[in-house]
Design a protein around this ligand. Sequence first.
Ligand code: FAD
Length: 603
Amino acid sequence: MNQPYLPNQLPEHLAELDRQEQQMGDPFESENALSFSTAITCDDAAVYPEQAMGFLRDEGYYQFHVPKRYGGQLVSYQNQYHLIRSIARRDVTAATAYVLHSIGYWPILIAGTDEQIAKYSAHILKGEGVSWSVTEREHGSDLVNNQSIATKTENGYTLSGSKWPIGMCQYNRFTMFLARTGEEIQPDAFSLFCVDSYQHEGPEFKLLPLEKLYGVRGLPLSGVTLTNYPVDEKQLIGGEGRGLELMLRNQQLPRVGASALATGGFDTALRITMSFAEQRQLFGSRLSDLAVTKGQLADVFCDLLLCESTMNFATRSLHFYPKMMFLWGAVAKYLVPHTLDSAMGQLTDILGARYYLRESFAGGMFQKTLRDIGLAGFADGNKKVNLKNISMHMEMILPYLENPKPLSEQERTHFAQYFDIFTPVPDEDYRKLQVFSGRKDYIFLFLEDSIEKLDERFAQSAITDTIAQDIKTTARQIKAALAALPKELKELKLQLGSDFGYSPESYRISQKYAALHAAAGLIHTVVYSELQAPLNKLEWVAPCLRRVFRWSDSTLPFPSAEDNQAVVNILRTMLNQQMAFTLIPLKLAETDNSFNCPAQMNT
Ligand SMILES: Cc1cc2nc3c(=O)[nH]c(=O)nc-3n(C[C@H](O)[C@H](O)[C@H](O)COP(=O)(O)OP(=O)(O)OC[C@H]3O[C@@H](n4cnc5c(N)ncnc54)[C@H](O)[C@@H]3O)c2cc1C
């Protein structure tokens, strides 16, 4: 086992996260580009967060979009997750604009030529981003029916069609445009082209008017219409007919980026709510000490910890199991935004009337975040699209789980390194991203192994017998719930026949699969990662595992008072020690301020 380290003494590869957090600075300080007050001012006026984005550009943050071997600073997608999370905790709008800077660049890394990779990497580093023009007004998620057309010419193609709504195309120089090159409407009839908006000015390239948004109000969202827009062969990415395949392979990366918007925003919303609950006196008690409120705080903190664990292994999969990222990214993209969206409802309930105030409570940051993080749910594949991806895999994975091949020692070592969230990751290879993850879901295949390793893990740390026993019992319950899933699937398929695919039952069983995935992932994290104070005593683990059962069955008994107290104590410690609410011990930028939420509503 690694030597434990103190908060703020992160291993070398994670130390970058601390540097970034400190450099972005105290968000309460209005002089800082990424301050809460600047975020609110831009949001109120619905203007692009120029100052925040200028800071990110000038301080070299675009370098983290580009892998090191192509001249950038990106070495780990896990780090990229935490960077986006840190920006989003200050301003979800700026974090979204940051993600959208490179959203159309990833397919070039997946399938571009060396020349294309070098060219567009240089543009990204210069601050000339690549938008992602896929959605059409009439067809939404039904991409196979998209109408944009690429017509072959002597030197390349001309593109015609309209994409809406598209983020950042007013600011990004390029946009990745999906158009049909084939005669028939079928999956291999589409191709991706990187369109340079500087190439032809005039009627061939038209930006659509800006949309007014409910959340992330300063995000430029519009669209683009091309009319016989000429592009050359070098602007075709990955060859003709590979557009939809590349789109699906590409989406795995922004999907995880979109989920980071939710965890970062939620960190701030929970910080505001916990600060309020700690200060508010009602009925002779602190609000956070009222049993019902304590229960809500414990529930939402368990939700967040499960999401954090899921995000760490989803992002690390790019480096260790690129083929699995399609499925594991879909699990994260369904689970994280959806869970935190529901958890926001609990926070509004704790805050009461204050959540509705736009200025005089928490500087307006709660209401902004509440509106902003909804974006994470539908951007880059909505909840149902991701559940459908899970369901498609589940039909192969669950039967395999009943009779799996033995796992090799080499597979075991690889898995152990993958789940130690404090070890550096190997280099990524974007070309290995797939559109199908196969029938081996290692998160479940290794579950029994990890449960058996719990005793060994507990022997190396100061965990009480009661906590150890509780985790082992609950882990066994997770395993039993997983063991029941193949039979449930078989019965549903028999009962519903060909109606199963789009039935509510199919979506519900995919939700269960995702929930058990998060629970199994947490068990692996506990076994292989030496979590640091205040998470190291593991008293929060069994409550988190039990929480997963209540996601799908709200009639189950409420958690015990002891469970709630244990979880809230950790939340309180992390709040008071100014730590990010995540599994890595990341100290927030120094501040003398806090979300001071005094008793009077108008102060
Ligand atoms: C702020 C913002 C930024 C955006 N940025 C971009 C961008 O940069 N590039 C881009 O191309 N697009 C972008 N979009 C568009 C967005 O990604 C699309 O709107 C989305 O992918 C299409 O899904 P939809 O939720 O609009 O609904 P639709 O596809 O119209 O679906 C409507 C509803 O149908 C149901 N449904 C859909 N699929 C299924 C299914 N498989 N099974 C069952 N039910 C289903 C769901 O309930 C869904 O909500 C952006 C949108 C917004 C609001």
